[in-house]
Write a protein that binds this ligand. Structure first.
Ligand code: NCD
Length: 307
């Protein structure tokens, strides 16, 4: 039985297969409408979510399966003090696969260790978010036709942004990837990622506080929200929340084929005037989240591709 807790749980070949399957699903969704008939997905969300939970649910429904679950800790027995370990043992007998989001780093790993069904990490605190990364990889692949040989700018909250951590882990395995890490000094990527992923693999990167200067060298710009819920005090959040705002003026410096990604939700970091720019790919990216999750559910449930 397979789980997906970190992007490294999948080999590069498996990621390429998932992208190929998701692209096939996008072309002809109706062919996949019954491949998960009779299967159930449980969504255990202890933290707010719009896209991740609903795209998981849409994915399972599109495959002919059904969904059950809860969307906040308050409406589950967590409010009575139940542990994740106990919850997952029970859910294992109610569903065939589960996606879990939890504010604590490592919660999905703990759940997987007690589960008898595949567990998918849908975000564990400020740690990892592997299915957002699969979505991002599918988006980049669709837009650029490749996942190698490009300069990727990651901008905003690189300290607490779990989508950034997972994306760095995943992209570092492709050749010719260069990162420009754009953040205020307080929100730089954690040392463990710099040391164990970037330095250990000899990945080229530079850190800067200046988005304007970085614009012209980027092939992809991945914007992120400052993660208010992970701050220890509100004053720090207020000081940093609008540290980067991507607007039309800044876009003038970008290459004509530089695409903007954002895992969403957006707060202020991308001005709405940018939405009409053909290089704004974040809403398309959210749509790709459904196809890649359909491909992932099929793969973890070992469902055959329809002929
Ligand atoms: C992200 C998350 O939850 O980490 N959202 C998402 O899943 N699309 C990003 C964020 O909340 O800023």
């Amino acid at each position: 039985m397979r789980h997906l807790i970190s992007p490294l749980d999948l080999s590069v070949e498996e990621i390429d297969q998932l992208i190929a399957l998701a692209s096939d699903i996008e072309k002809d969704r109706s062919r996949y409408a019954h491949v998960c008939d009779g299967k159930k997905l449980a969504t255990l969300f202890y933290e707010p979510s719009t896209r991740t939970r609903l795209s998981f649910e849409a994915a399972m429904l599109n495959l002919g399966g059904s969904v059950l679950g809860f969307s906040s800790a308050d409406s589950s027995s967590a409010a009575k003090g139940e542990s994740v370990s106990d919850t997952i043992r029970v859910i294992s007998s109610y569903a065939d696969i589960c996606a879990i989001r939890h504010p604590k780093e490592g919660a999905a790993y703990v759940a997987a260790s007690k589960s008898s069904i595949p567990v998918i990490n849908a975000g564990d605190g400020g740690h990892q978010h592997p299915t957002q990364t699969l979505t991002d990889l599918l988006t980049i692949h669709s837009l650029k036709g490749r996942l190698s040989n490009m300069t990727v700018g990651l901008c905003g909250d690189l300290k607490f942004g779990r989508t950034v951590h997972s994306l760095i882990h995943a992209l570092a395995r492709y050749s010719g990837i260069r990162f420009v890490l754009i953040s205020p000094p307080e929100l730089k990527i954690p040392d463990y990622i710099r040391e164990t992923v970037l330095d250990a693999n000899g990945i080229e990167y530079r850190e800067t506080t200046n988005l304007d200067d970085a614009m012209e060298e980027l092939d992809i710009l991945y914007m992120t929200r400052v993660q208010r819920e992970r701050f220890f005090n509100e004053e720090d959040y207020i000081r940093m929340k609008d540290c980067y705002i991507l607007d039309k003026e800044k876009m003038k410096f970008a290459k004509p084929d530089m695409f903007i990604l954002h895992p969403l939700p957006r707060v202020n970091e991308i001005s709405v005037e940018v939405d009409d720019d053909p290089r704004a790919a974040y809403f398309k990216q959210a749509e790709y989240g459904v196809y890649i999750r359909m491909a992932l559910i099929m793969t973890l449930l070992e469902v055959e591709k329809p002929c």
